[in-house]
Write a protein that binds this ligand. Structure first.
Ligand code: NAD
Ligand code: IPM
Ligand code: MN
Length: 367
């Protein structure tokens, strides 16, 4: 078998800091489990803009298309806020998603037992929580045309367009139903069919796809009510499927159920490649966190758990993914915490690297 290939795009802000810990974890799997990866690294976002004047070069795009999986840290930062929209760091990330056609973004929100007390919600609301948000990632208002800022009379108008084709809805719905079949067999679809035609079509297509999955209990919610239910009683959900923008908002909200945005991983998956595995990019849900960048405070767990998702979804190494997730859980049980998770009695504050050390030690203990 050829060595599986990984492209690491660490990006900006805390991206390189959290990715450094993932690199050590990848090294551990090579040394201790004989699982070697052919790892290459490149620039994305502001780092690529600084070096090349573009947030993603064509060469980097081509590399991303050719590897088995991409691992991305985070992009963006205040230094780039005034740049023209076409070269903003975020455009690099959006280009990767669009050109790799990574239409299904899996954002699991799991509350580790050790953090159940830490959430801003009551313990019994979040303890044992395990939900999966499937966010459509390559269409909707993020990419719809027309878009732009135009002048109308004596004022400017900002325009974005929400647009979904039936096939775009169908493929992400199918993906969500398949996941529900492997989990608790419940799927809740969220849109705003009460005010948006795209929502009406979304609901109709999801319902139609549901006919192929009679075992899955399908429900529909308006996304605003869904946000409320996510805070009120999140354990009513198993899998949620929603559009690009609603999924962005709902997954950040779901992050807080787990304690911190620094905990949430994600997998962005496309159609199967020749080897049968999906085209894929793995990225934490959080951003470049300019407020804490360069201070060794970032929680690397979201990025480490994103690599666990890569082991599971790109390399069929579910047991090794379980091993890594259990190591993270064990570290949290021991009270090891980065700054975003402090506040309880009896916990040990550690830096980003300290959290990496603890995860490696827990991995060693798993042998
Ligand atoms: P953010 O996710 O970067 O930060 C929000 C808050 O969460 C901050 O207080 C930050 O300190 C905290 N936080 C985030 N990740 C953390 C971690 N791993 N450990 C500890 N604390 C963490 O969102 P923002 O501040 O709205 O955006 C900052 C920049 O990041 C913007 O340029 C934005 O466009 C970009 N962004 C990029 C991505 C991505 O690359 N996937 C995602 C979201 C935002
Ligand atoms: C995310 C981010 C991105 C998004 C930005 C940085 C383009 O917020 O991955 O959640 O809006 O999708
Ligand atoms: Mn987001």
């Amino acid at each position: 078998m050829t060595t599986p290939s990984l492209l690491i795009l660490a990006g900006d802000g805390i991206g390189p800091e959290v990715m450094a810990e993932v690199r050590r974890v990848i090294g551990w799997f090579g040394d201790k489990r004989g699982l070697t990866f052919d790892v290459t690294e490149d620039l994305v976002g502001g780092a690529a803009y600084d070096a090349h004047g573009t947030p993603l070069t064509d060469e980097t795009m081509a590399k991303a298309q050719s590897v088995d999986a991409v691992l991305l840290g985070a992009v963006g930062g205040p230094k780039y806020d005034a740049l023209d929209f076409s070269v903003k760091p975020e455009r690099g990330l959006l280009r990767l998603r669009k050109e790799m056609d990574l239409f299904a973004n899996l954002r699991p929100a799991q509350c580790f037992d050790a953090l159940a007390d830490f959430s801003s919600l009551k313990k019994d609301v979040v303890a044992g929580l395990d939900i999966m948000i499937v966010r459509e990632l390559t269409s909707g208002i993020y990419f719809g045309e027309p878009r732009g800022i135009i002048t109308e009379g004596n004022e400017r108008v900002g325009i974005n367009t929400q647009r979904y084709t039936e096939s775009e809805i169908e493929r992400v719905a199918r993906n969500a139903f398949e996941l529900a079949m492997k989990r608790g067999k419940k799927l809740c679809s969220m849109e705003k069919a009460n005010v948006m035609e795209s929502g009406v079509l979304w609901r109709e297509v999801v319902t139609r796809v549901g006919a192929d999955y009679p075992e899955v209990e399908l429900s529909h919610m308006y996304a605003d009510a869904g946000a409320m239910q996510l805070c009120r009683w999140p354990k009513q959900f198993d899998v949620i499927v929603t559009d690009n923008l609603f999924g962005d908002l709902l997954s950040d909200a779901a992050a807080m159920l787990t304690g911190s945005l620094g905990m949430l991983p994600s997998a962005s998956l496309g159609a199967p490649m020749e080897n049968g595995r999906p085209k894929a990019m793995y990225e934490p849900v959080h951003g470049s966190a300019p407020d804490i960048a360069g201070q060794g405070k970032a929680n690397p767990i979201a990025c480490v758990l994103s690599f666990a998702m890569a082991l599971r979804y790109s390399f069929d190494l579910g047991d090794e993914a379980d091993r890594l997730e259990s190591a993270v859980s064990a570290v949290l049980e021991k009270g090891v915490r980065t700054a975003d998770l402090l506040g309880e009695e009896g916990v040990t504050p550690v830096s980003t690297t300290g959290m990496g050390d603890a995860i490696l030690a827990a991995l060693d203990e798993s042998l």
